[in-house]
Design a protein around this ligand. Structure first.
Ligand code: 8YV
Length: 322
């Protein structure tokens, strides 16, 4: 194994750090008393970064501190914190952790959908508070006769659709293009999809085009019986428009696993009883996080040993053409 120094800008699971430390020189930036001084000492040696979703952005300014940087291995399928186009233009490959989390996130999305429509957390709170002794929990909305619109029919979107099909509800989707090998109805515009749906499931990537895509107009098209579920990124939903729609009851409820400025969650949402709010736990099981961590390690080791990256992202196709 050649010398290969890897910088970890923000905390990753211990198994990832240990897995890398067996074969590479690992520099956990968050443990440094003076992070900038550490960067100064190791900047010429660093060939890889292992990153995760968190506070900092891995942009051109950050990556350009390391003249010999060759690979950024990201812990997560969504890599919106990384400027992958910049990396590609500078022959730095970016990898993510696709597929290994599809089922976990899809399970959570379905759970959140049911929890929101049938008010499962609210019913639990009701029982614990002793209210059942005084009367029954109020009747809830239903999944019956609903139409599910999936915004983003990628790998996770398809896993959600497969599960939703078992509920005997209509399924439609919108995305960059129509996919001929799926049985679901395609709508080219999100507005049209919202108009034809009672549940809008958001699972598209966070890009410039999808920022605030779920806006006031889309929410109004979803309608007064409408339920919004977001397991993608907070940036896809105009949070102020969502709060207004919920306050004015122009939609029924929302189940959210992600927020625009997480872990900060708007107090207005916390104060609403009809919403279900989760702390970004879509992929957060031991099983799936271990699989994601292993893929972060495997990408870096495969690259360091000259075998190339395992799961490069679209912006940095491997091998780079000269
Ligand atoms: C995060 C996620 O990566 O994969 C994604 O895109 O949103 C999550 O799985 C996770 O929070 C780890 O940082």
């Amino acid at each position: 194994m050649p010398d290969f120094d890897i910088l970890l800008p923000s905390p990753l699971p211990a198994k990832v750090v240990q897995g890398l430390a067996h074969v590479c020189k690992v520099h956990p930036l968050w443990e440094a008393a003076d992070p900038q001084a550490l960067i100064g000492q190791i900047k010429d040696k660093v060939q890889g970064l292992a990153t995760c979703y968190g506070k900092g952005k891995i942009d051109g300014d950050f990556m350009s501190q390391f003249p010999n940087l060759k690979i950024v291995s990201h812990y997560g399928v969504g890599y919106d914190i990384i400027d992958a186009a910049w990396a590609g233009a500078h022959h730095i490959v970016v990898t993510n952790t696709p597929d290994v989390l599809n089922d976990e996130v899809a399970d959570l999305a379905i759970g959140l959908m049911l929890a929101t429509i049938r008010q499962i957390p609210q019913a639990d709170t009701f029982l614990r508070a002793g209210h059942w002794l005084k009367g029954s929990f109020p009747l809830t909305a239903t999944l019956r006769e609903r139409r599910l619109g999936i915004f983003g029919l990628g790998r996770i979107g398809k896993a959600i659709a497969k599960r939703a099909a078992a509920f005997d509800i209509e399924i439609a989707y919108c995305g960059r293009k129509k996919q001929d090998d799926v049985p679901y109805r395609f709508y080219p515009s999100l507005l049209e999809l919202a108009r034809e749906s009672d549940i809008l499931m958001v699972i598209a990537p966070a890009t410039h085009e999808t920022t605030n895509a779920v806006n006031a107009e889309v929410l109004s098209a979803l309608g007064a019986n409408g339920v919004l579920i977001n397991v993608a990124r907070g940036s896809l939903v105009d949070e102020n428009a969502l709060i207004e729609a919920l306050k004015n009851k122009t939609i029924l409820s929302a189940g959210l696993d992600v927020f625009a400025a997480e872990p900060q969650v708007p107090q207005a949402l916390i104060d609403m009883e009809q919403v279900v709010l989760l702390p970004h736990v879509g992929s957060a099981s031991h099983y799936t996080r271990d699989a994601m961590g292993q893929l972060v390690v495997d990408n870096l080791i495969s690259f360091a040993e000259g075998r190339g990256p395992l799961t490069p992202v679209a912006e940095t196709p491997w091998p780079f053409s000269a």
